[in-house]
Design a protein around this ligand. Structure first.
Ligand code: NAD
Length: 295
């Protein structure tokens, strides 16, 4: 007799890096029976099937959702409201819906607007794992191992639905933490969205200069590390920055004030204060890195 998997039939809408890795991780854990892929382009889904990420392709929501136990929405956050509107008429009461969106307040607004009949079973979440690569070819089974996943449950959620989404991410090797959507969006504006904005901004500024070629020809490891995330998916980051623009603007203002302070130290030739600031930042950065990425 074989054990029943945690999720009998999983639908992944948006089989890219995040959705594809979720499917692969659940498969590796023996936690899923059948994975249905639903997406924007047929060619990408065929590729996902050829790679063994999904078992079958659905051409419409009606077929995708027939008999589904769980649906993961892993499309750019700007697409989520439309996707929810399209799926709503075909969603059975027992099916659990979750998402992987990098922002939560906008996704939750869409849930209340488009899936208001299903609030007990729609559990918002965000895996804190990723890469600057996108698409199903970038997906891998261990992406979520020892990573955090933030779940921001709705007051209307069934406990069972929250537990099942939690169990799915745990089966992928992740640690699940709960937060309010407001806190989530403020925290990730500071530690994720702002760094992406800065990396894109710096590269864009240099690339637009008359001597850009010369500048890039001398850029080395430090520049590569600082700008790695400027290689991320533009559509995805457009959506994230716009969806979280209020919290992100507040973070940007705070950062501009820090830059103004740094500028004043340079103009004042204040080596003592500059070194003290660098030392504090180095200490905080190393303490964080040792904890977050122990060797
Ligand atoms: P991706 O580009 O690798 O995959 C997205 C997939 O969604 C693609 O296959 C695309 O064809 C499909 N898609 C786009 N619009 C669609 C639509 N309307 N209907 C159906 N399919 C559609 O992107 P990704 O990195 O996997 O990101 C997916 C989600 O995960 C985003 O919401 C993002 O905010 C979130 N996320 C990304 C990261 C990261 O670092 N990449 C980390 C955490 C969360």
């Amino acid at each position: 007799m074989t054990d029943t998997p945690l999720i009998g039939r999983l639908v992944v809408c948006g089989v890219g890096l995040i959705g594809g890795s979720f499917a692969l991780a659940l498969r590796a854990a023996g936690a899923v029976g059948h994975v249905v892929g639903y997406g924007r382009t047929r060619a990408a889904l065929e590729r996902a099937q050829a790679l063994g990420v999904i078992d079958s392709i659905a051409d419409d929501w009606q077929h995708a959702l027939a008999g589904a136990d769980m649906v993961l929405l892993a499309v750019p956050v700007g697409q989520i409201a439309q996707v929810m509107a399209d799926m709503a008429p075909h969603l059975a009461p027992g099916t659990i819906v979750t998402d992987a969106g990098s922002t939560k307040r906008d996704v939750i607004e869409a849930i209340y607007e488009k899936l208001d009949g299903q609030l007990a079973r729609v559990v918002p979440a965000h895996p804190i794992a990723g890469a600057e690569k996108s698409g199903v070819d970038a997906a891998f089974a261990t992406l979520y191992q020892q990573r955090n996943v933030v779940v921001t449950p709705l007051p209307e959620n069934d406990r069972d639905a929250v537990e099942r989404v939690t169990a799915a991410w745990q089966a992928c090797g992740a640690t699940v933490r709960q937060m309010s959507p407001q806190e989530h969006d403020r925290v990730f504006a500071a530690v994720s969205h702002l760094p992406h904005l800065l990396a894109y901004g710096l590269v864009h500024d240099l690339a637009g200069r008359a001597n850009a070629e010369q500048l890039f020809s001398f850029a080395a490891g430090g520049f590569r590390d600082f700008t790695r995330i400027a290689g991320s998916h533009p559509e995805m980051w457009r959506d994230i920055c716009l969806a979280n623009r209020h919290a992100l603007t507040a973070e940007l203002d705070q950062y501009l004030a820090e830059l103004a302070y740094l500028r004043a130290l340079l103009i004042g030739n204040d080596g003592k204060a500059l070194e003290a600031l660098f030392a504090e930042a180095r200490e905080a950065r190393n303490r964080w890195a040792d904890k977050a990425f122990p060797t």
